[in-house]
Design a protein around this ligand. Structure first.
Ligand code: 7PM
Length: 272
């Protein structure tokens, strides 16, 4: 069970988190209003396709991406959150800025998905006073430089120790364990080999039995394996989603909700 704002999520089978991209570079450049309208339509499409929750992100965490300002991030997020407030599924927001966290929680967000795992000053406090869920993700370096030369002596041990430290910091700040989710951060300062080690040992990253989130959909590790560009990674993404489910992931963060639902239905029929 995961406490997620006004929702309580049952995690006895894997849930699908549909990605809703609000970054400027994911749209055609017709302006903010049309970007927001398109994002809202895409969110409804994801819900109709069977998303159990949505992840809204207005700052790209793509390797090499330039950060956006708080103002720009909120201008993109708040209208979409307001429009989706009663959509029936929990809304997660992909952000690491404490000021953005506070604002989106005031606008009905039920989860904070933080690629910095609440490491920025003020982030622990920003979520402590709410009842949102929090995804603590591992990243080595920062988006601007993380994929240059990822180095570990023991990738599994280092990711596990990092997550254990962030769990401790969260608990100390007064965030209840029932609100926490853990994520190895596939592709965030990791080579293909690092990602594969983490996937093979995913279940063992579940510190104190906390639920696990896996985000592999369309990522470059799939491009490295298959040789395919991002728009041709559906088969790779579905295969990876099933492997993550098999390795104990509780929430799968994906672009292709309908297809992932079908793949999971086959996996669930098999596992019984
Ligand atoms: C380019 C490369 C653009 C990678 C976008 C991305 C995760 C996340 C992202 C994840 C959690 C993407 C990523 N990935 N949050 N945000 N876990 N918790 O594929 O793996 O969307 S951004």
């Amino acid at each position: 069970m995961l406490r997620c704002g006004k929702f309580k999520l049952t995690l006895n089978h894997p849930l699908i988190m549909g990605i809703v991209n609000l970054t400027a570079d994911s749209f055609s450049g017709d302006g903010l209003d049309s970007d927001c309208q398109r994002a809202i339509a895409h969110a409804w499409h994801q819900i109709e396709a069977g998303a159990d929750l949505l992840d809204l992100g207005a700052e790209s965490s793509r390797p090499g991406a330039i950060p956006v300002t708080t103002e720009e991030e909120l201008k993109r997020l708040l209208p979409v959150l307001d429009a989706l407030r009663d959509c029936g599924v929990p809304l997660s927001v992909d952000t690491y800025k404490p000021e953005v966290m506070r604002a989106v929680l005031d606008h009905g967000a039920s989860m904070i998905n933080d690629i910095y795992a609440l490491r920025l000053s003020g982030a622990l406090e920003a979520v402590a006073t709410s009842d949102c869920a929090v995804c603590l993700m591992h990243m080595q370096g920062e988006p601007l430089n993380m994929q240059k030369t990822p180095v570990y002596t023991d990738v599994f041990g280092e990711v596990r120790d990092f997550l254990a430290n962030r769990v401790q910091a969260s608990l100390s700040a007064g965030i209840a364990a029932e609100r926490l989710l853990l994520d190895p951060g596939f592709g965030f300062g990791k080579t293909l080999e690092h990602n594969l080690v983490l996937l093979r040992h995913l279940e063992a990253l579940s510190i104190n039995g906390l639920p696990l989130l896996a985000g592999i959909s369309r990522k470059s590790m799939l491009g490295t394996i298959t040789g395919r560009p991002v728009e041709q990674r559906l088969a790779g993404s579905l295969s990876a989603a099933l492997l993550a489910a098999q390795q104990g992931a509780h929430i799968l963060r994906v672009h292709d909700v309908a297809e992932t639902r079908d793949a999971l239905a086959v996996w669930q029929a098999f596992t019984g």
